[in-house]
Design a protein around this ligand. Structure first.
Ligand SMILES: Cc1cc2nc3c(=O)[nH]c(=O)nc-3n(C[C@H](O)[C@H](O)[C@H](O)COP(=O)(O)OP(=O)(O)OC[C@H]3O[C@@H](n4cnc5c(N)ncnc54)[C@H](O)[C@@H]3O)c2cc1C
Length: 396
């Protein structure tokens, strides 16, 4: 078959890109290996309030679950730092239903969505990428958008490994019959359960919560069950597993005839592994860039995408990566001491006010301001150590 734009993957990145291209009148086909969009769903579904505005997606009852105003952060020894805002900070959504919503919007704009269609290979030629092979037929495309998700299996298969780092397993499960504060998330730092990341508890409304973790080491299933038994003492339903990306952007996202977008491009916040908003914003740019390429056939249109998303979000992602590396280098004991020191110095409100003005998606400014705040810096220098802190400061 022939299509002007071929898109691998019906996740948020693929669907948002597809809708942009199709709305401009180009034939657009999305190939999704699973039978149903949104299944399996392995996401915590925490999306910033401003993220919806930025993406131009209205908050819809079909996927909306709850709104949160802040969080309680716990270090490994149970020291708690509470950060509560006065305004809503994030919405919690049903990610499976959110993806179905995006698919409906894409199909309404004219996208041909082909589920149960696995792309086997990307077809590279001397001229560049000219299409894909599915398990049943070959596809020729003017522009290919690779939105296959974390890891870049298809890229590696074609000999173009993305070199993506910092990917590891993440787990989620929804529980009912528990008692939590309805508008606060919990974040637990503990190397035994979730090394290189954290464990989260997100209230879904009523007596329901979504609990999950990601970890660089060990068996996340077992660690999550242990956490739930200790924290909630309820029976654990089947756990969903996925892959989180914490290593920042990949080296290259524009190839002759092809763009990489979303998780496969590493367009994910290294601090929280949230990729829906940043990946979605890059998808809009990818859609614009691919449309121009289809129209004019000039590779410069695709190269524009690479330059533009890095110009807009590259610094954000590299600043978040610096903070991720600092946290990874700290370990439980230093985080315990830091939380204790923050509490002793009564720094909860100071941090809250920093966060109040800050942006959940574009975190560079708030991270920079935290490291410029003399009181915060003083506490961190005592706890984190000047060498580690110096590495971070040199970034600014
Ligand atoms: C445990 C966990 C919790 C998370 N929590 C959050 C959160 O709270 N907030 C947030 O913003 N982000 C979160 N994320 C990250 C978020 O899920 C991703 O950033 C987002 O899904 C990336 O979208 P994407 O379209 O790039 O990739 P994906 O959503 O992974 O979509 C890729 C699609 O491509 C399909 N595909 C892959 N290979 C092929 C092939 N060969 N042929 C056809 N189809 C193929 C897949 O089936 C899939 O549907 C979380 C991730 C995990 C694992």
């Amino acid at each position: 078959m022939k299509t002007e734009a071929a898109i691998i993957g019906a996740g948020p990145a693929g669907l948002i890109t597809a809708e942009v291209i199709s709305s401009k009148g180009y034939t657009t086909t999305v190939f999704e290996e699973h039978r149903m969009v949104g299944v399996p769903d392995h996401c915590a579904g925490i999306i910033s309030v401003e993220g919806f505005d930025r993406l131009g997606i209205p908050l819809d009852d079909r996927f909306y679950l709850n709104t949160i105003v802040g969080g309680r952060l716990y270090s490994a020894n149970g020291t708690c730092l509470e950060i509560r805002d006065r305004k809503p900070r994030a919405h919690i959504i049903d990610r499976g239903k959110f993806d179905v919503y995006l698919a409906d919007v894409a199909v309404d704009s004219g996208v041909d969505l082909r589920s149960t269609t696995r792309v086997k290979d990307i077809v590279f030629t001397k001229k560049g990428v000219v299409g894909v092979k599915t398990e049943d037929y070959d596809v020729r495309s003017d522009a290919l958008i690779n939105a296959e998700g974390p890891g870049g299996r298809l890229m590696a298969r074609a000999g173009y490994s993305t070199g993506q780092e910092g990917i590891f397993n993440g787990f989620n499960v929804d529980l009912s019959g528990v008692d939590v504060e309805p508008d606060m998330v919990e974040v637990w730092f503990n190397d035994e359960a979730s090394k290189g990341f954290f464990t989260w508890v997100a209230p879904l409304g009523g007596d329901r919560v979504r609990v999950g973790l990601a970890s660089q080491i060990g068996d996340g299933h077992v660690a999550l069950k242990k956490f739930i038994e200790k924290r909630f003492n309820v029976k654990v339903p089947p756990i969903r597993a996925g892959r989180v990306c914490t290593g920042g952007p990949v080296r290259r996202t524009a190839y002759p005839g092809m763009l990489l977008v979303g998780d496969v491009a590493g367009q994910v916040k290294p601090t929280t592994a949230g990729g829906v908003v940043i990946g979605g914003l890059c998808s809009i740019l990818a859609g614009e860039s691919a449309s121009l390429f289809i129209e004019e056939g000039k590779q410069t249109s695709l190269d524009w995408y690479e330059k533009e998303w890095r110009r807009l979000y590259g610094h954000e992602l590299s600043t978040m990566l610096t903070l991720r590396r600092l946290l990874n280098g700290m370990g439980d004991e230093r985080i315990n001491r830091m939380f204790r020191a923050f509490n002793e110095e009564g720094m909860g409100p100071r941090i809250a006010s920093l966060i109040e003005d800050g942006d959940m998606d574009m975190q560079a400014d708030i991270i920079r301001r935290a490291f410029m705040d003399p009181v915060l810096l003083g506490v961190m220098a005592k706890v984190v150590g000047r060498v580690l802190l110096g590495e971070v400061m040199s970034f600014f």
